[in-house]
Write a protein that binds this ligand. Structure first.
Ligand SMILES: *[C@@H]1O[C@H](CO)[C@@H](O)[C@H](O)[C@H]1NC(C)=O
Ligand SMILES: *[C@@H]1O[C@H](CO)[C@@H](O)[C@H](O)[C@H]1NC(C)=O
Length: 313
């Protein structure tokens, strides 16, 4: 009686071990190559991820070499401009230049992995100095509707004119076909370079727009319309109204269909058009306007035209 029970226990134990091995084998088979790369090399993570879906993804700056130009000994100069990917590398290397910052960010599985800092590298080539935007780091952002996100730029890195600025970046969801997250308002800032002041465009606001759209562009005028200029009035005392008018500007591209009608087709290959009437390339131009009136110092009425809508014409 006792020995039979012992056999059952042994047999049960074997069954459990066998089942366990089958499960492990299945897991290995089901693992797609992509998933394998996503997983980190840390054993503890692997163990916890085997049971459930992975909770985190990596967000890493990967290398992307581009050729910039020729150097003095005619060799091709290559620069790593980097790109952000949601794959974990097999070997984790932290940035030697910045040990405080891990090279790998972990983010929830439904977040974006995006560039968040770059530097404008100046590469000296035989063709002159080329300015290359090279990524410094990537970061995770929750998926959200279109907003402005910070994007830090270092200009003149490693030179006496090194300066930082947040040029901004538009990202996020836009509903509606053909709509994208675009800059709606820019500002320029100037930094001092070795050749004088340099002007850089910085994104201030983002929104959902089509390919050809209106961006904010401000003009200011001095409006004297609320001031009665009499003969005795000292002109220094006159305080006109400062009016900032958003006159707008049309930016973006137009997907214009180029060929209108084909007049002569190739007899052997009718898909080839030998002569055609081409319509003009569509361009993003102002389509609707609003007139703002103001009075100049001399008292005359002036007008300023503001664009309210842009269209592909
Ligand atoms: C607005 O700023 C961004 C970022 O610098 C730039 O890429 C874009 O061309 C600017 N747009 C206009 C219309 O200047
Ligand atoms: C202002 O002065 C000019 C001459 O200097 C005169 O002809 C004109 O009538 C005056 N206007 C008023 C509103 O006083």
């Amino acid at each position: 009686m006792r020995s039979t029970r012992g056999w059952w226990i042994v047999l049960g134990g074997f069954t459990l071990i066998y089942l366990g091995n089958v499960c492990l084998a299945n897991e290995v088979e089901n693992e797609s190559p992509a998933e394998e790369v996503i997983r980190t090399t840390e054993a503890s993570e692997l163990a916890s991820q085997e049971q459930e879906q992975p909770q985190h993804l990596c967000c890493v700056k990967h290398e992307r070499m581009i050729e910039v130009g020729h150097g003095m000994s005619d060799q091709m100069i290559q620069v790593d401009v980097g790109h952000c990917r949601r794959l974990c590398p097999r070997h984790v290397v932290n940035d030697p230049g910045d040990p405080g910052r891990p090279a790998i960010q972990r983010c929830p599985i439904d977040w974006h992995c995006r560039p968040n800092a770059a530097r404008l590298e100046r590469v000296s080539t035989l063709q002159g100095v080329r300015i290359i935007e090279a990524l410094d780091s990537c970061d995770c952002t929750p998926k959200q509707s279109c907003t402005r996100e910070p994007y830090n730029y270092v200009v003149y890195p490693g030179t006496p004119h090194q300066a930082n600025m947040d040029v901004g970046m538009c990202m996020g969801r836009c509903s509606g076909r053909g709509f994208g997250c675009k800059p709606l308002r820019n500002r320029t800032i100037s930094i001092v370079g070795p050749n004088g002041d340099e002007v850089h465009q910085v994104i201030e606001a983002c929104g959902c727009s089509g390919d050809c759209y209106r961006m904010t562009h401000i003009e200011t005028v001095l409006d004297f319309s609320e001031i009665e200029i009499r003969n005795g009035t000292n002109s220094a005392e006159v305080k006109p109204l400062v009016r900032a008018i958003d006159v707008g500007q049309c930016v973006g591209a137009c997907a214009g269909k180029e060929t209108e009608t084909c007049m002569l087709r190739d007899k052997k290959d009718p898909s080839r058009c030998l002569a055609g009437l081409y319509s003009k390339q569509h361009s993003c131009t102002p389509a609707r306007f609003k007139i703002h009136e103001y009075r100049s110092r001399r008292g005359g009425m002036r007008e300023i035209i503001a664009i309210t809508q842009c269209a592909c014409v």
